[in-house]
Design a protein around this ligand. Structure first.
Ligand SMILES: [Zn+2]
Ligand SMILES: [Zn+2]
Length: 309
């Protein structure tokens, strides 16, 4: 079975799903943020300012900054309710309607009289957004927190801002355990750029769609027709019953990951094609691919489920 991100019609569009402007706590105006992404080879951008009262519950309007070859998706980073550590939730919502009702979140302090994290995630999901659990490692997310979010499409497994500013940018530990608990989730790499630090152009998604238009991109993201990257490209993945074939830009490691400690893989130099036996993962209900190059940059596929193969 060819992986759905590659079998889908259309082409890959590069985008960043998590970004801030000076409408909330970012350094630059929305127009300048869009311009910089456009000039750095991105096809689309979601500006996701912090949805709190102190900033006027912004769904930042980026429509004026669309061009023939660059589009934007409306979105926000939602904050409401406390995680187990007592801090407020961060939920990424891309594809929100511009009239999404404000939460009761004046500041980044959780309170009893506001929606819980799971409730605001559900509201965004039902409003049509692509919902991701943001930066689990940075947040100090517990597995109980993660399990409580029933309405999410994805886990943010790489957050460039968290990586470059404090070395807490990953989210695989949470994602892989949720997958092993039979949750169907995809993954996304993002920048979470604020432009106060070199937190831009480091983590992105490649979305396979028939047009670089917000609706087509949103549908593709919700259906998992994308992969995530900090550098390498994945050109094709074909899942067989006992092997997987991967084509990619030159890599030094291609890994197949699954339940518990189950993995398989291939190491070498400049690998652009590999066929890897997956019998070590025969008891895993899910598998995903990771590709790493000699600079330590990686690309990650979404999981597939054994009952699909
Ligand atoms: Zn955040
Ligand atoms: Zn953010």
């Amino acid at each position: 079975m060819q992986d759905p991100a590659f079998s889908a019609p259309g082409k890959f569009f590069k985008g960043n799903l998590h970004t801030h402007s000076n409408v909330s706590d970012g350094a630059l105006p929305p127009e300048e943020v869009c311009k910089r992404y456009r000039e750095n080879g991105y096809d689309f951008l979601a500006l996701t300012d912090h949805f709190v009262g102190a900033y006027g519950y912004p769904i930042t309007n980026t429509l004026p900054f669309r061009t023939n070859s660059f589009t934007t998706m409306l979105g926000a980073e939602l904050h409401s309710g406390a995680m187990e550590n007592g801090e407020i939730w961060h939920i990424l919502a891309v594809g929100l309607p511009e009239n999404f009702d404000p939460s009761n979140s004046p500041r980044f302090t959780p309170s009893e009289d506001q929606e819980s994290g799971p409730e605001i995630a559900k509201r965004a999901y039902e409003a049509g957004a692509f919902v991701a659990i943001a930066h689990p490692e940075w947040s100090g997310l517990t597995m109980n927190d993660a399990r409580s979010i029933a309405h999410a499409h994805a886990v943010e497994i790489y957050n460039h801002g968290c990586e470059v500013e404090c070395d807490r940018g990953r989210g695989f530990y949470v994602l892989d355990q949720l997958l092993s608990e039979n949750r169907k989730l995809t993954l996304c790499a993002t920048d979470d750029a604020h432009f106060h630090a070199p937190d831009q152009f480091g983590g992105w998604v490649m979305v396979k769609a028939e047009a670089n238009e917000p609706e087509a991109l949103l549908d593709a993201l919700k259906a998992g027709r994308h992969y995530s990257s900090t550098g390498p490209e994945i050109h094709n993945i074909v899942w067989g019953s006992e092997t997987v074939e991967v084509e990619c830009s030159p890599a030094c490691n291609i890994a197949v990951l699954g339940f518990g400690s189950r993995t398989a893989g291939k190491n070498g130099k400049g690998i652009t094609h590999a066929e890897i036996a997956t019998n070590a993962l025969s008891h895993s209900k899910w598998m995903r691919i990771s590709v790493t190059d000699e600079n330590g940059k990686s690309a990650w596929s979404n999981p597939v489920y054994r009952d699909q193969l």
